[in-house]
Design a protein around this ligand. Sequence first.
Ligand code: IDP
Ligand code: MG
Length: 152
Amino acid sequence: MIERSFVMLKPDAVLRRLMGDIINRFEARGLKIVGVKMLNISRELAEEHYAEHEQKPFFNDLVEYITSGSTLAMVVEGDDCINLIRKMVGSTNPKESDIGTIRGDYALETGRNIIHASDSPKSAKREISLFFDDSEICEYKMPDEHLVYENI
Ligand code: IDP
Ligand code: MG
């Protein structure tokens, strides 16, 4: 099923000039970027985005981290892409992330793990609407869709 996931490159990914490499991984896989923008996340938006972690001991550090600089927010589309992107991102703790995953290749610490990706269809819907207006999503057909997908 075609899904959309919310992906955010955290401030360290932007500062470390990893945006291109990471976006390229999604494009090379055959996924479609249908929304993208850079933004400095407000404290309010960060708290709302990470509301599920409000009671966790790392919550304040997490909000500080995510609001410490510019981020790149994306909506990525593709077949069953929510789980697929989580696999491409790797474990929350980069030391446990497989080599070949984004965190496993570019990060060392949980508190500097460079990327966020939605963990379920419900989170994806919530997160996309938190960061993007409908008018900011672009629908288009990839000319090689028949090469990426068997039954198109
Ligand atoms: P996820 O990003 O892999 O979905 P979550 O458990 O949803 O991981 O946690 C959200 C973010 O909070 C993580 O990506 C990481 O930046 C931060 N975080 C999670 N657990 C810890 C921790 O134990 N210490 C510091 N930061 C943490
Ligand atoms: Mg999460």
